[in-house]
Structures are given as structure tokens and as C-alpha cells.
Design a protein around this ligand. Sequence first.
Ligand SMILES: NC(=O)c1ccc[n+]([C@@H]2O[C@H](COP(=O)([O-])OP(=O)(O)OC[C@H]3O[C@@H](n4cnc5c(N)ncnc54)[C@H](O)[C@@H]3O)[C@@H](O)[C@H]2O)c1
Length: 439
Amino acid sequence: MDSAPIGVVGTGYVGLVSAVCFAHLGHRVVCMDVDAAKIERLRQGQVPIYEPGLDKLLEDNASRLSYTTSYDELLEQCRILFIAVDTPPSPSGDADLSRVQHATREIAKRGGERLLVMKSTVPVGTGEKVMADLEALGADSMTYASNPEFLREGAAIQDFLDPDRVVIGCFREEDGDLVEALYRGIDTDVVRTSVPTAEMVKYASNAFLATKISFINEIANVCEQVGADVRTVAHGMGLDHRIGPHFLQAGIGYGGSCFPKDVEALKQLAGNSGYHFQLLNAVIEVNALQKRRVLGKLTAHLHKLRGATVALLGLTFKPQTDDLREAASIVLAGRLVHEGVHVRAYDPMIAAGGHPLFPGVTICADAMEALGGADAVVIVTEWPEFSRLDWAAAARVMERPLLIDGRNFVDPAAAVAAGFEYEGIGLGEPFAAAAPAPS
Ligand SMILES: NC(=O)c1ccc[n+]([C@@H]2O[C@H](COP(=O)([O-])OP(=O)(O)OC[C@H]3O[C@@H](n4cnc5c(N)ncnc54)[C@H](O)[C@@H]3O)[C@@H](O)[C@H]2O)c1
């Protein structure tokens, strides 16, 4: 079974990275997507998403990769099929599994002995439902395994090829063995378990990481009240091995294509099963409020928002990606526009002009253009290039050099020395400090 190429259904952030990395491990891979434009670009050797290093790895392994929009073509060649389609939130907050269903049914219709491997993040119980669906469609010789993905956009290749763990859930041990064999060459812990447990590992991991973020953001908010510095608090906490240093950076809240939807989906999953997951309600609420705290900070400094000009630096949900899904910037920009603020923005991944996710926002070609004449600047995404900005020159082009650092990214003392009023997140006195009086 394993000499045939692997099929990957859905060539987005997860599917394409998985496909290219499996090719790098020596497997032949057929990538299938319903998006014909994406497949055409891939056939021409172009990478349709921004992910550092992916273009080079794809080029290096081009001979083992092929692309199609046709299920027939995919199934002529592949028996092990990874499903990596998107599972966005539905209006109820439950994961929308329509794309998963479409993919599994298209495969089932064509029959044959196949192993479906779920890489998409799906609620606990999905594997059992897919199996029931397959049975109802008469696809008796198809089996199923769960192999959730933990990669982070921006570091996806490293995460795939050097993961903290590989989790494999299966109904039949031999299916788990087949999936595990594909990862040969990767030295990591392999967690072999049941399908529902594998599905839960993914949700529980994302919910815990989101909890860490909301926790440190609340600590940051208290630090502002009591005159403590959350950066040092987080450092001091993180040195404790039971806590660890990761995901303790206070900021304007989590976003992206995974945390918001997965935390909400776990909350709904618990609710649907009769359990009220109280902690997750708080995690979600804290995150929603955190995005809005920047407005409070701007109001405290500017007194009146209507008519002010505010520059946003960074729009993507984090640096090193072009992904805008559920980015904190969308809520922040929307609120500011609603308050009558002229919003200008710059992000290295977003073309100048307008963008449908940011109605009323002028997107500029560079940071200095966005800052020109602004009454305040907010760092929304910590793109490395912002640390290299000439902040003294930036202060000079602004109407009022006020910097709200939503990611605690710029050195407060350097910002003040450059002429800024600076305020970060969770930095009690003295960094709510005003700029020194001009001499
Ligand atoms: N993006 C991440 O960082 C990340 C990390 C871990 C897990 N995940 C999970 O992986 C899954 C995929 O996420 P993503 O960010 O790669 O999504 P994506 O939107 O980038 O990619 C999904 C792809 O699937 C294609 N597709 C949709 N329906 C299809 C169908 N019926 N047949 C074939 N192709 C189809 C789309 O055209 C798209 O190219 C989601 O469940 C997500 O929660 C994402």
C-alpha cells in the first residue's frame, strides 16, 4: 500500500506544507484542491501562500509532487489520503464540516480500498461520523485515522519536520502503522491512541495555549493597575519549569485561523455533550475585551477619537504569514473607523490601497507613509522590520508622536528617547511615560 503516492486533499497552509514535507521525506505526493487557480499556480512552481522556506523546499522536491483538481485523477494514484481542507466556524460556533464531508463523500463515491487520514482540525466524534457515513455510502473497504496537525504558520516547515509530537488515532492498529511509517525519518514522540482521543489532543492543546494567552493578558491588565511590569512577571513565571516561557507574551489578544475557532468549537462541543466549559467562556471573553483595550488607551491619551488619525502597523494575525483570518487588526480597525477615526495602516504582506476586510482603512505602501500626519501609531503585529524603523524620524512625520505598542515590541526607553509618548500592554509605571519635554 505504501509504494503508491500519498494524496493530500486541500492545499492550504496545512495541506501544502504537509505535502511538501512528505515529499522532502522521500514520498511521492499528489496534491488535490478544488481551487483551480491555486492548482494552476502550483503547477507553475509558484507557492500561493506566504510561508518562509516553502518555495525553496517545493522547488527542491518538485519531482515528487504533482497537482490536480480532479478526484478521479487523485484516486487513480493514491490509496492513503490526507484530508487537509478548512474547517471554519459555523454561525453556531461549531466547526463547519461541510468541506470535510464533501471531500470524504467524493472519495467514497469512487470506492476502492483507501485509508482516509484526517489532518484538518475536527470535533471529537467526527471520525466515528465519517465511518458511519462511509458505511452508509457502501464504501466498506475504506478506513480512517486521525492525525491532527500542530504546525504554526510562519514556522510551519520546522514544525512539521521537527515536531514536538506526532499524534495518530486509529480504529485499526494496521492503519496507525501505515500513517506512522510515513513519518519515518522524523525523530519525535509518537502518540498512538483512539480516534476520539487524538481529536481531543488537538482541541485541548489549542484551548490550553489560548488560555495561557488570556491569562497573561489579564495579569498584564492588573500590572497596569498596580505598577508592575508584565514582561518581567512573565519572565519570572516562565523560568518555572512547571509553567515554561512560551505563550506568555502579553498583547492585544490572540487571532488567526485556529485559536478563535478551535476554542469556540471546543466550548460548543462540551456544551453539546451537556458540559458547561466555564473556563473557556472566560478565555474567549478576555480575548474579545483585550482587542478593545487599545481604544481605551488611545482615548486616554487623545481624549477624543472622532476626527483623529491613527496608524496601524501590522495587520496579519502574526508576523511571517499573510494570513488575516480572525486577526485582531480587523476588530481594532473596525472599531476605530466606527468611532470616526481616520485609519491608515501598513503591513508588509498587504498591498497598498483598500482591502475588503478593512473597509474605510487606507492601506499604505510603507510604514512612514502610514505614520505621516498621524495622531497615534499602534503596533498591532510585531513584524521584525518595525524594530528597524527609524523611530526618531517616525516621530517627526507624525502630528503627535504617541505610540501604543500592542505587542510590547519596541524598547520603551528607546521610544521615549526618540520623542514618543509610549504605552505598552501591562507595563505599569514608568512606561505609561510621556516623552521628555523638547529642549
Ligand atoms: N493554518 C494553521 O496554522 C493550522 C494549523 C493546524 C491545523 N490547522 C487545521 O487544518 C485545516 C486546514 O487549515 P488551513 O489553514 O490549511 O486551511 P486553508 O483554508 O489554508 O486551506 C484549505 C484548502 O482546502 C481546499 N478545499 C476546500 N474544500 C475542498 C474540497 N472539498 N476538496 C478539495 N479541496 C478543498 C481549499 O480550496 C483550500 O485550498 C483546518 O481544519 C485547520 O483548523 C490549521
